[in-house]
Write a protein that binds this ligand. Structure first.
Ligand SMILES: C[S@@+](CC[C@H](N)C(=O)[O-])C[C@H]1O[C@@H](n2cnc3c(N)ncnc32)[C@H](O)[C@@H]1O
Length: 327
């Protein structure tokens, strides 16, 4: 269901101040020193080399929003939020916020982009800033690790022996599939900078002997072999329609007869009246990449059908489609 907007929430939408206050608090990394215990504004200003008065005003705003709380004359973390915001926590997600902050200037160009239809950046973060792309891969990996085991449980690979994870990132899904199905041998195909991240994670999972890393660009040339299962997660929304149609055909060519493909992405709902939040995500892709956008599930089904896949089914609404290749 589309969100209901009331007159008061119009103001919340338009007054984006809270977003920038929050992003700045992450950029200044206020939550990490506070993880050791409450601190006064003066103490914190000394630690992060900030102006005490300006920082006090920021801290009060953070208390008002509910991101920090006050303890006497000191400011304290809210433990359930600090779990994601303090660098010392293993669930730290701050890099994602830093990415939003890095996009700030691009969002300022949205009006121009809408008027001209022209992107303001080249390629995407994985191509134009590989170092930042690798950082993003680390965060995406931490997020994917939370859902990958459940997906490996849901999709039965008992009868399959080989798998390729195309644009496999940090390897969360490849690892989960290999852990769930001990007979599977997998290949993870990605760009060089991302493979370094995958390599660390695969070594940590002690799966080097079962997961091969293959460096390459999935838009140029055939994939390196054929596999029982072809898995592609969150790569289509970086590309144009034409690139994706060609890529899905290449994925078909890389699927063994009798094998199948799993495409996971962020689909816009086929019902135009209820496009879902991915329509908003699609604007983020428009702002921070050259060609990125989200597509309706029916568009992805079309590419799969044109490529030759049969028995196309939706495994998770607006997230996962699977299809088979005939023998
Ligand atoms: C959003 S991440 C998805 C990672 C992983 N599949 C997941 O779902 O968590 C997109 C991945 O595609 C890779 N990638 C982007 N363009 C590529 C290309 N042209 N060839 C190979 N890999 C590419 C990036 O390096 C990144 O790992």
């Amino acid at each position: 269901m589309a969100r209901k907007i009331s007159a008061p929430s119009l103001f919340q939408l338009g007054y984006y101040w809270e977003a920038k206050i929050f992003l700045t608090s992450v950029k200044l990394d206020l939550y990490t020193p506070l993880a050791k215990g409450p601190k006064t504004a003066k103490n914190l200003a000394g630690l992060i080399e900030a102006d005490t008065d300006a920082l006090t005003r920021l801290l009060d705003a953070l208390v008002s929003i509910g991101l920090l709380r006050r303890e006497g004359d000191a400011y304290a973390n809210i433990p359930e939020l600090a779990e994601f915001l303090a660098k010392t926590s293993r669930f730290y997600m701050g890099e994602l916020m830093l990415l939003q902050d890095a996009e700030w200037d691009h969002w300022g160009k949205l009006e121009d982009i809408i008027k001209t239809g022209k992107p303001t950046v080249q390629d995407n973060i994985f191509m134009n800033t590989p170092e930042l792309g690798a950082t993003v891969s680390k965060v995406l990996h931490r997020m994917a690790k939370r859902v990958a085991p459940a997906l490996a449980e849901k999709i039965d690979l008992s009868d399959y022996k080989t798998l390729i994870d195309v644009g496999g990132g940090g390897g969360a899904f490849t690892i989960a599939f290999c852990q769930r199905y001990p007979h599977i041998k997998a290949s993870l195909f990605d760009l060089p900078q991302t493979l370094k991240v995958a390599q660390e994670n695969i070594a940590q999972a002690q799966l080097n002997h079962r997961i091969e890393l293959i460096e390459g660009n999935f838009n140029t040339g055939p994939l390196p072999g054929t596999y029982d299962v072809v898995f592609a997660s969150d790569i289509l929304h970086y590309q144009t329609e034409a690139e994706n149609a060609a890529l899905v055909k290449r994925l078909y060519d890389a699927t063994e007869p009798g094998g199948f493909i799993i495409i996971k992405d962020m689909f816009i709902d086929d019902d135009e009246n209820e496009p879902g939040w991915n329509a908003v995500f699609s604007i983020h892709m428009m702002v921070y990449s050259e060609k990125g956008r989200c597509f309706q599930g029916k568009k992805i089904r079309d590419w799969m059908t044109q490529a030759g896949f049969d028995n196309i089914v939706e495994i998770e609404k607006n997230t996962i489609l699977a299809g088979t290749k005939g023998v």
